[in-house]
Design a protein around this ligand. Structure first.
Ligand SMILES: [Mn+2]
Length: 344
């Protein structure tokens, strides 16, 4: 069996393809602190649009991750959000493509810049309260935004550049936790097989994504591990990283990717949390669930969101207060589903 775009999304795929192909100059953006899926989808769409003769520019609300720059065919296509060039491009663009989120607050200051531009959203997150309008290809059954990007480029019959194939591969690789999560379905693996046939070298991609960590990641991790707590009664585990610690080593949000999987992976854990204080004094929380608790709903109570098993939120400091509130809500959320489960 080869991959076929699921029929329930075919109409949205075609509409999205048409909107993209009609553009002469497009701005591509994604959520704050772009991950492999956001950045990979941007890299793929940029390469494909450029191969079709459309100008495509990447303008993100936060800096494009250094470790993912290799995905973008030309470095000049990435334009810093605060630059005059970014403002000028947003004025001349005829299309804004929002990838891997569909929520206004998640694209930060870029929202203001693309306000008057027609918009296409390509995303696999649940729709929240601040949905971005325009043409929309949203499907929570897609394993990654990269899968939806594959659908669009398939519907256009390519062209398949190396960067198209690699961007899609890295999006799926990272959003499935290296093909481990529930979303790593047969369909997802079919897309992956097809991008490998179109030139992706899996070992090289894994090396770039998982085998090239800067030392500072582990220097911060050493301190984070000392804060590791596991509450066996409530099934909640967590770690804390104070701002001073990662600033000391020059670590960025990008360097801390995936660290929350450590508390989540402790036996007896339903929800793993990572608390990190930020420069502004707020506390960033990453939530990871082993499936029982909907951490998207949990994070939304703190004005955040994401997926059922992986989400994030930002709450006001100080750390002690933020931890107290979030841990209490998390324990209650676990207790609630456990009671429900016991009653079955
Ligand atoms: Mn994603």
């Amino acid at each position: 069996m080869s991959y076929r775009t699921p029929s329930h999304r075919a109409a949205a795929v075609n509409e999205t393809r048409n909107a993209l192909l009609a553009s002469r100059c497009a701005i591509l953006t994604t959520h704050l602190n772009a991950d492999g899926d956001g950045a990979g989808s941007q890299a793929a769409i940029a390469s494909w649009l450029r191969a079709n003769g459309t100008e495509a520019w990447i303008i993100n609300p936060t800096a494009f991750p250094d470790g993912l720059r290799f995905l973008v065919e030309r470095n000049e296509w990435i334009v810093p959000v605060g630059s005059r060039r970014a403002r000028e491009l947003c004025e001349t663009a005829d299309l804004a493509v929002v990838l891997d989120t569909g929520e206004v607050p998640r694209i930060g200051r870029v929202h203001e810049m693309i306000r008057d531009v027609s918009t296409v959203v390509i995303d696999h997150h649940p729709v929240g309260d601040h949905a971005i309008g325009g043409v929309s290809l949203r499907d929570t059954t897609a394993c990654a935004t990269g899968e939806l990007v594959y659908d669009v480029i398939l519907a256009a019959n390519g062209p398949w550049t190396d960067q198209v194939a690699q961007g899609i591969y890295v999006g799926i690789l990272t959003d499935t936790g290296g093909f481990r999560f529930e979303n790593a379905t047969a369909g997802c693996h079919r897309v992956v097989a097809e991008v490998i046939e179109r030139g992706v070298e899996p070992e090289a991609m894994h090396e770039r994504i998982y085998g090239s960590s800067p030392l500072r990641r582990y220097q911060v991790l050493r301190f984070a591990l000392e804060s590791l707590e596991h509450d066996s009664d409530s099934g909640v585990s967590w770690m804390v990283i104070p701002r001073e610690r990662y600033e000391e080593f020059g670590a960025t949000a990008e360097d801390l990717e995936g660290i929350v999987d450590i508390p989540r992976s402790i036996s007896g854990t339903e929800v793993g949390l990572l608390f990190r204080s930020t420069t502004g004094g707020d506390v960033k929380i990453s939530f990871r669930s082993n499936g029982l608790v909907d951490v998207n709903a949990l994070a939304r109570r703190f004005n955040g969101g994401g997926h059922v098993k992986a989400s994030g939120a930002m709450v006001p400091g100080p750390m002690e207060r933020a931890m107290g509130e979030v841990l209490e809500a998390t324990r209650a959320a676990v207790a609630k589903v456990r009671v429900k489960g016991a009653g079955r």
